[in-house]
Ligand binder design. Structure first.
Ligand code: ADP
Ligand code: MG
Length: 630
């Protein structure tokens, strides 16, 4: 199993002072690639051009007893910090001097290392802010064994309780930018520091913009989707929680080549579009949690994307027996110089890889949108409830559903919209809010450029009908969105290809969830009505109007059938009454011509009459993934 021990928390080129055995040789500084893991600070040789090569040394963080800045005069050098470590504080200590490349890095590494050594029992109270040069400390002029002269600026705060953190001295080096008003203790009472993994540009005044890779302190995280945060300049505001990751568990999120939960198909889609030799991504394995898959594009011998499971052996990751590394970034790095059994050596991640997710609504606690902020553009289509138009909310693309008056019970819907804006998933059309103060009311959602899945399938039939892998991936995406709704105990009630939408990068999203409850049209409301989606309805819905996530699963089976026929009408021209008879008598839709038998078996599972034996979306997801990986 993955040991958290070697998880890479930070890595960067910095220069390190050589630890001269003789105190009289001039100090010299070397470029090193530093890697910080929860238990070690490891450094490798190599320069900025040739990269990392061999491990040159490591500091066991449990032995560290001071982490401090070094005064400029010691080396006539800015941004130097020191790690003092060793078995006993005074006699056998060693000092590692590191010069960071920027004030931010200096601050960042100092802070991060401190957060890791906070529980060490041997933390010192004094240190030398200078360096030992020619057998004399530059700070106090004392001899080599002189008692350290300067009180530490940071130590673990043993007496702090969560209610009453005792104040600790601020980080006061000249080259650091302390954040106004932020505690600087990193003892048992720790503040929550997060790192932005995407840029975020708020639409609401007062919300906090986020810049990728910058750090923020979380001031309030009581709600799931919007957290109050503070940036380094002391500015505060709400920002979406899915745009940041806790610093201590940042993992691979900071790397542009990491695609998280993207499916095999998505990875292929992105890499094929870039068409660059050696373009690669790493994503979570769809079959084994905690494992990863590398996907690489190569033109040789023919253009293709290859997928490799990253294997583990004890503490080591590897793709081929010849190259084994402690961390995935290390392994990626090695394979940039040596294909080591891969179809090509790794070059760069895609330029249009990871897309920022949607936010749950446009701001914290806000679902009412001022129509004056909406700039309405072209018409996208029309349906059940009226016209849908493309629009801009500030600079964000949105779709605006203008609800025909009298088609829905508006008050009830507006109430529910508050809840619905909080549903957030890659495979759900995001509800941003409503304009409910005038009539007709507008429903403002995420905009998806390729429109309805049903029309998309029909238009691309020639190309898609034989691409069963791509079609199955569409089903998987819908299934992922539905598995999320199922987990949130939210019933869709009208799942069908017409209610799914297609976005860029081949993404499919489920829309119109829960809306069916607010339709006032009699034709639609009951199972006898002409507009009721009989062909997607489970037997228990036809018989007792009993909706559940399991009745959504039945509809999902029909949607899979729509996908694999590229948008045919289920049961052709059969009238509703005849469809009901068929379903009740246990007849199911026929296998679409190009649909693999294994996939058809899954559709039939969805059409299990006994609700208790019908699989859940979570079950369906596993089954689809199993077919994909076969
Ligand atoms: P229906 O009642 O058929 O589900 P809708 O009112 O949901 O109709 O949508 C009508 C049409 O508007 C869709 O077929 C689609 O082409 C377009 N559309 C709806 N929502 C969006 C959106 N979020 N982004 C892009 N196009 C959309
Ligand atoms: Mg719809």
């Amino acid at each position: 199993m993955a040991s958290r021990n070697e998880e890479v928390l930070r890595e960067a080129f910095m220069t390190k002072r050589s630890q001269n055995k003789s105190p009289f040789t001039p100090t010299n500084w070397k470029d090193r690639w530093f890697v910080l893991t929860p238990h070690n600070l490891i450094y490798y040789d190599g320069d900025r051009n040739s990269g990392r090569k061999r491990e040159k040394g490591r500091v066991d963080l449990s032995k560290v007893w001071a982490v401090e800045s070094v005064e400029y005069s010691a080396f006539q050098k800015d941004l130097v910090f020191q790690l003092v470590y060793g078995s006993t504080a005074d006699t056998e200590s060693v000092t590692l001097y590191i010069a960071a490349s920027s004030a931010h890095d200096h601050d960042d590494w100092l802070e991060h290392i401190r957060s890791l050594v906070g529980n060490n029992t041997n933390l010192a109270e004094v240190f030398h802010k200078g360096a030992l040069l020619r057998n004399q400390w530059s700070c106090c002029r004392g001899p080599k064994d002189a008692v350290a002269c300067t009180p530490v600026t940071w130590t673990r705060n043993n007496n702090a309780t969560p209610d009453q953190p005792s104040p600790s001295p601020p980080l006061n080096q000249d080259n650091m930018l302390p954040v106004p008003g932020v505690r600087t203790a990193f003892g048992p009472y720790r503040k929550k520091i997060v790192v932005a993994i995407y840029d975020y540009n708020p639409t609401e005044i007062g919300d906090l913009p986020l810049r990728k890779n910058e750090e923020y302190e979380v001031l309030q995280d009581a709600e799931e989707n919007w957290w109050r945060m503070r940036n380094r300049n002391g500015e505060e505001g709400y920002a979406p929680s899915n745009y940041v990751k806790e610093k201590a568990s940042l993992g691979l999120q900071q790397y542009d080549w990491y695609l998280g939960d993207a499916t095999r198909q998505r990875a292929e889609f992105i890499l094929k579009r870039e068409e660059k030799e050696g373009c690669f991504v790493v994503r979570n394995s769809t079959t084994t949690t905690g494992m990863y898959t590398l996907s690489v594009y190569s033109k040789q011998p023919t253009p293709q994307v290859k997928h490799y499971h990253i294997k583990r052996e004890g503490d080591l990751y590897y793709l081929s027996q010849s190259i084994k590394c402690r961390t995935i970034p290390d392994l990626i790095f090695k394979h940039k110089y040596n294909p080591g059994g891969l179809c090509t050596r790794l070059r760069s991640p895609p330029t249009h890889g990871r897309q920022p997710p949607t936010t749950a609504g446009i701001s914290h606690d806000k679902w009412e949108i001022d129509p004056n902020e909406l700039n309405l553009l072209e018409e996208l289509g029309s349906g059940q409830f009226g016209v849908v138009r493309h629009g801009k909310l500030k600079c964000m693309d949105v779709a605006v559903k203008m609800m025909k008056e009298g088609t829905m019970s508006e008050e009830a819907f507006i109430e529910e919209a508050k809840v619905m804006t909080q549903l957030q998933h890659t495979n759900l059309v995001q509800l941003y809010g409503v304009c409910s103060r005038h009539r007709p009311i507008y429903i403002v959602t995420e905009y998806l450029r390729y429109g309805s899945l049903l029309l998309y399938l029909r238009q691309k039939e020639k190309h898609l009908i034989t691409c069963s892998e791509q079609l199955l991936d569409m089903c998987l995406q819908v299934c992922e969105g539905m598995a999320y709704l199922e987990k949130q105990r939210f019933i869709h009630r009208d799942l069908a290809a017409r209610n799914c939408l297609v976005g860029s990068q081949g993404v499919i999203k489920v829309g119109d969830f829960g809306l069916a409850r607010y339709v006032v049209d009699d034709e639609y409301a009951g199972s006898g009505g002409a507009k009721f989606p009989i062909k997607w309805a489970a037997p228990e819905v036809l018989n007792y109007m009993r909706f559940s996530s399991k009745s959504d699963v039945w509809a999902f089976g029909v949607l899979m059938w729509e996908v694999f026929t590229c948008g045919r009408m289920p049961y052709g021209k059969l009238r509703n009454a005849e469809v009901v008879d068929r379903v009740q008598s246990g007849q199911v839709l026929e296998r679409p011509t190009y649909c693999p038998e294994t996939v058809y078996e899954l559709m039939k599972l969805c059409w299990t009459h006994d609700v208790d034996r019908r699989p859940s979306f979570a079950d369906m997801r596993c089954q689809i993934v199993e077919i994909q990986e076969a």
